[in-house]
Write a protein that binds this ligand. Structure first.
Ligand code: AMP
Ligand code: TRP
Length: 349
């Protein structure tokens, strides 16, 4: 099997939550043994909406610490803060001259974030996907493991890569594939099972943050929305052992909590449901709390050790930046030639 080139990133905005962990970061860990991976904390993306500078620094370190605590091997795979690899911003500009305004206007994430206030959001919020395309294309990534919400951005990256190749009559950029796997590609809010769990939800009770205390996790799960019926029997699953869309529509919160349990415990849904079918939610919720605390505590401990040794963490990022630059600058050099820029001032940083 050919080695894949994997790239993914998380924004250092707000609290890292269970959706980020189950939908993205945890899946990366299993990919590192056989593939070349790059993992980045996308601080340039974060500033598309206002970030308090001190808070941004803290969050950037926190996300890097979460990658490492979850099990990323920084000796094999660069972990870096995006802003420090200059090629990202430079390629993003070039790609913003390839992408069309109509394409960007259609992006769901942009429409959701801009809402009714489109005239007033930053230009960066609109052009955000051209920067994401640069992140991916600079490393000629073949696969991009993300949660379901990012699929459209990766399809756009392919469109941009294709148009670049067509415009210049050269088969240069690799077409990246989204990798949207696992039982938790879309973890939903604990307060409303029809909304995705999100850093920007005003209610902290809508999500489990990676750094929540045991008491808080317990309280959030206890208060998580459910309905008045018992836990369903595994017979309700479809032929692939998944929830039917009918059940997702009628009992979204139950579907979400069972999915979370199955993902964290690494157990197929039918086994989880066998154990809990017909039981009261209070019983299931106690077990879910224990499972989450048991799983998250060692990660929290590693994160706090990493965050307490800032010099070490910054050194890891600096090493990651240097390694990432080697690949990124080579691509940028090729692109300069393809586009027709004379490299009078280009230093291989
Ligand atoms: P973000 O928080 O937008 O930077 O997202 C970082 C990663 O987490 C991306 O791969 C997202 O697709 C993934 N992600 C974010 N929210 C969720 C969610 N509720 N369920 C599953 N994956 C998610
Ligand atoms: N846009 C992604 C998100 O909001 C974060 C991101 C930026 C990313 N660049 C990326 C994800 C490159 C994967 C690959 O979650």
């Amino acid at each position: 099997m050919q080695q894949k080139i994997i790239l993914s990133g998380v924004q250092p905005t707000g609290n890292l939550h269970l959706g980020n962990y189950l939908g993205a970061i945890r899946n990366w860990v299993g990919l590192q043994a056989k593939n070349q991976c790059y993992f980045t904390v996308v601080d340039l993306h974060a500033i598309t909406v206002w970030q308090d500078p001190k808070h941004l620094q803290q969050q950037t370190r926190e996300i890097a610490a979460a990658f490492i605590a979850a099990g990323i091997d920084v000796h094999q795979h660069p972990v870096f803060n995006q802003s420090q690899v200059e090629a990202h911003a430079r390629l993003a500009w070039i790609l913003s001259c390839i992408a069309r305004v109509g394409w960007l206007n259609r992006m769901i994430q942009f429409r959701e974030k801009a809402g009714k206030d489109r005239e007033n959001v930053s230009v960066g919020l609109l052009t955000y996907p051209t920067l994401m395309a640069a992140d991916i294309l600079l490393y000629q990534a073949t696969h991009v493991p993300v949660g379901e919400d990012q699929k459209q951005h990766i399809e756009l990256t392919r469109d941009i890569a294709q148009k670049f190749n067509n415009d210049f009559g050269i088969s240069y950029f690799t077409m990246p594939e989204p990798m949207i796997n696992g039982p938790a590609t879309r973890v939903m809010s604990l307060r409303d099972g029809t909304k995705k769990m999100s850093k920007s939800d005003p209610s902290d009770y809508s999500r489990i943050n990676l750094l929540d205390t045991t008491d808080l996790i317990q309280d959030k799960i206890r208060k998580a929305k459910t309905d008045m019926y018992p836990i369903p029997d595994p017979g309700i699953l479809d032929n692939n052992g998944q929830f039917t869309s009918d059940l997702k529509d009628t009992r979204p919160e139950v579907v979400n909590l069972l999915n979370i349990y199955s993902a964290v415990a690494n157990q197929p849904l039918h086994l989880v449901m066998n154990e809990f079918a017909g039981r009261e939610f209070s019983f299931f919720k106690n077990r879910l709390t224990d499972l989450l605390v048991h799983h998250l505590t060692p990660i929290q401990k590693k994160m706090s050790d990493l965050l307490n040794d800032r010099n070490n963490l910054d050194t890891i990022l600096r090493d990651g930046v240097e390694k990432a630059r080697k690949t990124a600058n080579k691509t940028l050099h090729d692109v300069h030639k393809i586009v027709g820029f004379i490299e009078t001032g280009y230093k291989n940083f």
